[in-house]
Design a protein around this ligand. Structure first.
Ligand SMILES: *[C@@H]1O[C@H](CO)[C@@H](O)[C@H](O)[C@H]1NC(C)=O
Ligand SMILES: *[C@@H]1O[C@H](CO)[C@@H](O)[C@H](O)[C@H]1NC(C)=O
Ligand SMILES: *[C@@H]1O[C@H](CO)[C@@H](O)[C@H](O)[C@H]1NC(C)=O
Length: 338
């Protein structure tokens, strides 16, 4: 009976709109970035934030402690205007045949991130990264610097989540409700389960969406299955992975600074392509539809994409912060040991 009621409740509670990588995804990007920064820049960040550790966040660098702040405040009156700064809506609604899931080479040429069309008045994540990088570089106001650092850390993570630069028509996968094979159709994702009481009262309980699976579930399942539930071990794995996959590193380092709109546009474009080719597309090549049940194979084959996006985000955040706070171009040998 309880289970039935819970299901019913899940069905009727309004689904919340776009989220970011979950808290864990943002912490991973921030901790990776931190590990690549020079000591001088690390010290500058600790100084700005006024702390070096936080009891509330185990295994977190100062950067990881603040990585999720932008999500926490976006529902407050003061910051609700920032909601569109977390994502890119590629206007597939303006394209007659839309942007169906398919492999990259066969996509309609209008299906790509067009800054002028898809980022009005710079109000999208590709614009907000440039904005907050510039603020961090130029402002003399302490509070403005802290705020810019918090936004920047979060948004560089967001733009690397494929479904944060994806189709308008399904709200970045937020209108596509899915479940994993073998799980209850309306299970609440891991993070929400732990907070379900609070969420119930707050009216924020939401069913699983394709968007949420890319924010949270793929990462959580990877950590639970292969890293004994330890986010820190997963981060160490990604660091080691980078050292043996230098081709990726060099590719990501080709345009790594957040002050450049050309670079942030490229990051958004990459995410959009991953969304069309890997997130929206099922293992048999078909479009994922509302109500679909996803296989374990989907999760396993998409996981490398998620890992690459987290690593790319960490790397580019490090380069951007090093440049903005220290005026130095971070070289790949500093973290590859070349
Ligand atoms: C940076 O700090 C670490 C540990 O705090 C230290 O081992 C290392 O020598 C420092 N590097 C430089 C270049 O000062
Ligand atoms: C840039 O940052 C300022 C200060 O927070 C804000 O007023 C403005 O709306 C931001 N613009 C974008 C595109 O992020
Ligand atoms: C900076 O932020 C702190 C805490 O939010 C606030 O108390 C203070 O008045 C702010 N200072 C300025 C100059 O805005």
């Amino acid at each position: 009976m309880m289970k039935f009621l819970l299901k019913l409740l899940c069905l009727i509670v309004t689904f919340t709109t776009t989220h970011a990588w979950g808290k864990e995804g943002h912490e991973i990007v921030a901790n990776l970035a931190w590990s690549f920064l020079s000591n001088a820049t690390q010290a500058k960040i600790s100084d700005l934030l006024g702390f070096t550790t936080s009891p509330a966040c185990e295994g977190c660098s100062p950067l990881a402690v603040i990585a999720d702040w932008a999500d926490a405040v976006r529902h407050t009156q003061r910051y609700q205007w920032t909601a569109p700064l977390h994502y890119i809506d590629v206007r597939d609604d303006l394209i007659p045949s839309g942007c169906p899931a398919r492999v990259k080479d066969t996509m309609d040429e209008r299906c790509h991130f067009d800054y002028v069309r898809d980022c009005p008045q710079d109000f999208c994540v590709a614009g907000s990264i440039v904005n907050y990088t510039n603020i961090l570089m130029t402002t003399a106001n302490h509070n403005a610097s802290v705020e810019a650092l918090k936004f920047l850390t979060h948004f560089v993570g967001d733009i690397h989540q494929p479904l944060h630069a994806s189709r308008t028509t399904d709200r970045g996968g937020n209108s596509i409700h899915v479940s994993f094979d073998g799980e209850d159709h309306f299970v609440i994702s891991g993070r929400d389960r732990r907070h379900s009481q609070r969420h119930l009262r707050g009216g924020h309980l939401h069913a699983k969406t394709l968007h949420g699976i890319w924010d949270d579930d793929i990462i959580e399942k990877a950590i639970d299955r292969d890293f004994q539930g330890s986010r820190v071990m997963f981060e160490e794995f990604l660091q080691a992975w980078l050292k043996t996959n230098k081709d990726y590193v060099h590719q990501w380092m080709a345009c790594p600074v957040g002050s450049s709109q050309a670079c942030t546009s490229l990051w958004g474009e990459e995410s959009f392509h991953y969304a069309i080719e890997w997130a929206y597309r099922n293992v048999d090549g078909s479009e994922i539809l509302d109500g679909d049940v996803l296989s374990d194979e989907y999760q396993q084959t998409r996981r490398p994409i998620v890992q690459q996006r987290l690593a790319a985000g960490g790397l580019r955040l490090a380069v951007t912060l090093e440049m903005a706070l220290y005026g130095k171009a971070l070289q790949s040998d500093s973290f590859l040991g070349e």
